[in-house]
Ligand binder design. Sequence first.
Ligand SMILES: [Fe+2]
Ligand SMILES: [Fe+2]
Length: 264
Amino acid sequence: MKVLFIADIVGQPGRQAVKELIPKLRRQHGINLVVANGENSAGGSGITVNTAQEIFSSGVDIMTSGDHLWDQKEVVDLLANERRFVRPLNYPPGTPGQGSTIFQAENQPPVAVINLQGRTFMPPLDNPFHCVLAEIERLRKTTKLIFVDFHAEATSEKVALARMLDGRVSAVIGTHTHVQTADEQIFPGGTAFLCDAGFTGPHESVIGREIEPIIKRFMTNQPQKFEVARGRVLLQGALLEIDDASGKALKIQRISEPALPNPT
Ligand SMILES: [Fe+2]
Ligand SMILES: [Fe+2]
């Protein structure tokens, strides 16, 4: 099973890169499943029904999210109705939506996708370490192929959770910082890991937004409008190969693919 994971899609430039590059990547690598984090896909903040539809029709099979989940109020429709959309599992009981889903394509083994959110330097949610163990136990009755998007700020929290899950899931890939790390590896138990997959969008920016207003904010502490930037669009993420029988990772490769320049 070959899985393409696409890191946080930021705004229209990110969506455009996904549309342009997924067909090429699918052909090049024989990909069976595309998972993408879409928490910043609507104007850089949150996700709407329309942006989700656009991303799914570009070839994304399952979409995850994160702390920007509630930025667009339309997200409640997605949470209620879209089985391909996953929010962090460790929101409190009663939160709409689902923390995991199972992807099932013809002639392929089922793959579970879990979304989790960290708690270090982030809003307090339920303990992801406890939540994920119970969820994995439940999902492993259906499949050993389990992919985790751990949306978290602190590298230590991401490494610790992935180490805890070594041998129990196929991969733990971090998102949220928008800065791709260079630590891709397969742990001894067979779990692939990358601390942060980066982001898909304009890299001539501060993590996807225009540079000047962010500098001004840091200089003055005054609120600024943070528009999505435009230049040097990259699709970032990771390619994974997973053994169908054991669910163990065979290969992980980080990717950073340039998209065509935006027409100005
Ligand atoms: Fe985030
Ligand atoms: Fe993000």
